[in-house]
Write a protein that binds this ligand. Structure first.
Ligand code: FAD
Length: 306
C-alpha cells in the first residue's frame, strides 16, 4: 500500500463514507478514522431493548440525481423503503393537521446500515484525532469539530438537539401514523413513530427537543427525559413510556451553510479537504447533502492529484 499517496479520511459519517467510496473507485488508497465505536455519525441506530432505533437522522430524502442512483441500488437490495410523504403538524393552539412533502425514505435495519453498506469493504479504524494526520487528508464532520483540527474558513455553527427514545407497551390512540412536526412548543420539535419508519410497527417513539431545551441541558442530557416524556404524553394524550433512552447531539444541525459543496486547499505540499452536511449550497443540510459533499470532494481530490 502506498500510504504516502493515500488519503486519510477523518470522520465516517455519510460525508466521509461517500468520499472514501468515490476515492476508492478512482483507485486512490484510503484510510478512514472515526472516534465512534462504529461508523455512521449522526446516522445512528443503536440497539435499544433488542431492536435498532434511529436516534439521529430519522429518514432521508432523494432530490440529488447521483444520490438517487445509489438509493435505487439500496432499494433493489432491500436496504431502504419509501416511508411516507405526509407528516402530522401540531402547531401551538391549533388543531392538528397534515402536511405533504417529498417522499421520506426509511430503512428496515436503521439508517446507520447505509453507512455500513457503503464502507463494507473499507476498514474503519476507531480513533479520535487530536491533530491533523499527515499526508493528504479529508476532514468530514461538523465545523466546530473540524475546527479542533484545523482552521475552517467561515466556520458555521451548529444547533444542538437531544433525542429521547420512548418505548411503550402499545401506541393505540396515537393521533398520527408516521411522524409529527411540533411547532411553537417549548420542549418538542419533532416526534417520529420509529416502528412505522422502520416497518416493524414496534411501539417506540423518538422525540427531538427544541434547540433551546437541548442547549440548556447539554451538561446533563438525561435530566431532560421527564420533561420530554410529559410533553409527549400531554400533547398526544398517551401513557408515559415504559422505558426511555437519551442521546445528546451537541452538533445536530448547521445554522448556516457554506456556498460550495466542499473545500479543498493545498498547504505545505499536501491536500486538505473539508466535507459534511454544512457544505451545502442547496441550503438544506441533510443525509443526501452530506453524500453529495463527500462525493464532490473526492472528485476534486482526484482532479487535483492528476
Ligand atoms: C437529531 C437529528 C435529526 C436529523 N434528522 C435528519 C433527517 O430526518 N433527514 C436527513 O436527511 N438528515 C437528518 N439529520 C442530519 C443528518 O444526520 C446529517 O446531515 C448527516 O448524517 C451528516 O453526515 P456528516 O458525515 O456530514 O456528519 P456526521 O454524521 O456528524 O459525521 C462526522 C463523523 O466524524 C466523527 N468525528 C468527529 N470528530 C472526530 C475526531 N476528532 N476524530 C475522529 N472522528 C471524529 C464523528 O464521530 C462522526 O462519525 C439529522 C441529524 C440529527 C442529529
Amino acid at each position: 500500500m502506498r500510504t504516502e499517496r493515500g488519503v486519510t479520511i477523518v470522520g465516517a459519517g455519510m460525508a466521509g463514507a461517500a468520499c472514501a467510496v468515490a476515492l476508492r473507485a478512482a483507485g486512490v488508497e484510503v484510510r478512514v478514522l472515526d472516534r465512534g465505536r462504529v461508523p455512521g455519525g449522526r446516522m445512528s441506530s443503536p440497539a435499544l431493548h433488542d431492536r435498532r432505533v434511529d436516534l439521529g437522522a430519522g429518514y432521508f430524502t432523494v432530490r440529488d440525481k447521483g444520490f438517487a442512483e445509489l438509493v435505487a441500488r439500496w432499494d433493489k437490495a432491500g436496504l431502504v423503503h419509501r416511508w411516507t410523504d405526509t407528516f402530522a403538524v401540531f402547531d401551538a393552539g391549533e388543531p392538528p393537521r397534515t402536511s405533504s412533502g417529498p417522499t421520506r425514505w426509511g430503512t428496515p435495519a436503521g439508517l446507520r446500515s447505509l453507512v455500513r453498506e457503503l464502507l463494507s469493504d473499507i476498514e474503519v479504524t476507531s480513533s479520535t484525532c487530536d491533530t491533523l494526520p499527515s499526508g493528504d487528508v479529508v476532514v468530514a464532520m461538523p465545523d466546530p469539530q473540524a475546527a479542533r483540527l484545523l482552521a475552517v474558513p467561515d466556520a458555521v455553527d451548529y444547533q444542538p438537539v437531544i433525542a429521547v427514545a420512548c418505548g411503550y407497551r402499545d401506541l393505540g390512540g396515537l393521533p398520527f401514523t408516521d411522524a409529527a412536526f411540533v411547532n411553537g412548543h417549548p420542549h418538542l420539535s419533532f416526534v417520529a413513530h420509529d416502528g412505522a419508519r422502520r416497518g416493524d410497527g414496534a411501539p417506540v417513539l423518538v422525540a427531538h427537543t427544541t434547540g433551546e431545551l437541548a442547549a440548556a441541558h447539554l451538561a446533563a442530557p438525561d435530566d431532560v427525559a421527564p420533561t420530554v416524556t410529559s410533553a409527549v404524553s400531554e400533547l398526544f394524550d398517551i401513557d408515559t413510556p415504559d422505558w426511555t433512552h437519551v442521546h445528546r447531539w451537541t452538533f445536530a444541525k448547521p445554522v448556516a451553510q457554506h456556498e460550495s459543496s466542499h473545500h479543498l486547499s493545498m498547504a505545505e505540499g499536501r491536500l486538505i479537504g473539508l466535507a459534511g452536511d454544512q457544505w451545502c449550497p442547496q441550503g438544506a443540510p441533510r443525509v443526501e447533502s452530506a453524500w453529495r459533499s463527500g462525493t464532490d470532494l473526492a472528485a476534486a481530490i482526484v482532479a487535483a492529484r492528476s
